[in-house]
Design a protein around this ligand. Structure first.
Ligand SMILES: O=C(CO)COP(=O)(O)O
Length: 126
């Protein structure tokens, strides 16, 4: 079954996201991806044949748009690599996104190690 996956990464973690999507490229091709603007560009460059729908960049409302999709039941899993070492002007938006993912019990991974475990557990299909 095709899932809709939200992929988001802060700037310092975008290389990790590019590496993660490249590693799971074959499985990701079967699913839909929604990303914040800059993350979407990175994902698209790492996997040109995986279609990525983008919303606005995080600081410009993209995290809230992803949160709204979660509230509408349109996101099956959130893969979000936040940067814990850099202050963010849109920290409240980041917290709101995490909060909605918890409220709606969406499967989440906040680092590549956990994202790998979700794949191993069968998130993207066998
Ligand atoms: O800021 C973000 C998440 O909080 C991500 O936004 P970008 O993907 O546009 O960098």
């Amino acid at each position: 079954m095709a899932l809709t996956l939200a992929l988001v990464a802060h700037d310092q973690k975008k290389p990790d996201m590019a590496e993660w999507v490249a590693r799971h490229h074959q499985e990701l091709r079967r699913h839909r991806i929604v990303s914040t603007a800059t993350t979407g560009r990175v994902v698209g460059e790492a996997c040109p044949d995986v279609p990525v729908q983008t919303v606005k960049s995080g600081p410009w409302g993209g995290d809230q748009q992803i949160g709204a999709l979660i509230a509408e039941g349109k996101i099956d899993a959130l893969i979000f690599f936040p940067d814990p070492l850099t202050p963010m002007p849109h920290d409240v938006d980041v917290k709101a996104l995490l909060r909605l993912a918890l409220v709606y019990d969406v499967p989440c991974a906040f680092n590549p190690a956990t994202a790998d475990l979700l794949v191993k557990a069968g998130l993207l299909g066998k």
